[in-house]
Design a protein around this ligand. Sequence first.
Ligand code: PLP
Ligand code: COI
Length: 347
Amino acid sequence: MAEIDYSKRSFNYYPTNAIVYATCVDGRWSKPVVTNDFNFSVHCFGGVFHYAPSCFEGLKAYRGADGRVRLFRPDENAKRMASSAQYLDMPYPNMEMFLDLCIMCVQENWDCIPSFESGASLYLRPVLFGINPQLGIKSANDVMFCVMASGVGTYSGAKSLVPGSAVISRNYDRAATYGSGGYKLGANYAQSLHAYNLAHKMGYRELLFLDSATHSHIEEFGSSNFFGIKHGCYVTPNSPSVLPSITNKSLRKLAEEMGLKVERRTIFIDELETFEEVNSCGTAVVITPISRIDDKVTLESGTITREYKYADVCGPISEKLYHRMVNIQKGVEEDPYGWCMFVNDPK
Ligand code: PLP
Ligand code: COI
């Protein structure tokens, strides 16, 4: 078989061998099913098609320098899926089941895990959605939990740590003040699609959302959390409508380890001017530097663009954080916090 050139891949679906799923009907979970049929049959009155009782997760399996395969903090994904499902009032897999299906999915797709040298990874996408036929607005009683995988390159398709531009979303909010932004629901992403399309048409890579109540402070990017570096301090927003990112949580720990001060607090838009380094962070984007943020503000006299500019290369502190985290994920450096879970070779 021809070697795959992962440098040509971005964050997309690339065929893999199998998916793993289980259903919960009348409160009882089925045994997991492994199949190479990527289409499943769901009743057309299933809630997922109407009122979006649907949440998902994202985590990566890395082939390490030692050849062993690691999942990064999958227990955190299990907990976050549980909190999303609780918000939707629907059944969800417990920790053991979540981890078991993730492990099975990695093992079934063992030959699709990119090599250590490629710098790529096997992205796992656990999804949970309502399947029972219904018409009234009710939470789902019966659900399907499915874990699928794709061997992905970088999120943008560019080389790691190549900065991109972002625009502040002035006309569209991602999450309401008392809404679902702090949970990983499919519906949150549906809300961002149109705004993303407009931003991409204008040539921006990312969208930066503001708090929906006042449009005065930074919440997060559409795909990831925001963090900035200034005066030896790692600063990231603290808001219930921001997704609690596992990457951001890990970076905060690593920042402290590096002697940085860590602040989780409100970041007003004007403060963007004062950051030495700005990044997006998340499983898919890892750490992606932001070279410029445009804010198109409508005044009585018309629309003006305020530009916040950063370096065209990744900042030194962000780069150090990137390597520290990736080296732990890939077993190049010791994992002092026990973040990595090993997956055994199925053979
Ligand atoms: N914020 C949003 C909106 C996301 O989609 C993601 C991706 O999962 C993140 C933040 C980062 O979260 P994590 O680091 O857990 O992947
Ligand atoms: C991830 O980083 O795992 C995500 O889910 C983000 C994706 C929706 C772009």
